[in-house]
Design a protein around this ligand. Structure first.
Ligand code: SF4
Length: 79
C-alpha cells in the first residue's frame, strides 16, 4: 500500500452479508464462506464505486482510509 491508495476496512462483526457492497463494487467486494464481506487489496473498482459501496452498507460496516504521506487519513465512512 502506498501514498494515495485507498484502504478498505470492514467491520466483520457488524457485517450481515447483505451484499450491497458487492453490487456497487463487484470487482472489489465479495462474500466469504462465512457470509461476511471481504475486499480485495488493492481495490479493483474506481474510488467512486468504492464510496458508493461504503454508503450503501446498511450496517455501516465499511470505512475508507486514504493513505497519505502523513499516514492513514479517514476519507469517508458510511455513518
Ligand atoms: S453491504 Fe455491509 S452488511 Fe452488506 S455485505 Fe457489504 S459490508 Fe456486509
Amino acid at each position: 500500500m502506498s501514498t494515495g491508495d485507498l484502504e478498505i476496512r470492514i467491520n466483520r462483526e457488524a457485517c450481515r452479508g447483505s451484499g450491497e457492497c458487492s453490487v456497487q463494487a463487484p470487482a472489489t467486494f465479495a462474500l466469504d464462506d462465512d457470509g461476511k464481506a471481504v475486499a480485495s487489496d488493492p481495490p479493483r473498482d474506481d474510488d467512486e464505486a468504492i464510496a458508493r459501496a461504503a454508503g450503501a452498507c446498511p450496517r455501516f460496516a465499511i470505512a475508507l482510509v486514504r493513505i497519505t504521506e502523513a499516514g492513514p487519513q479517514p476519507k469517508a465512512t458510511a455513518h
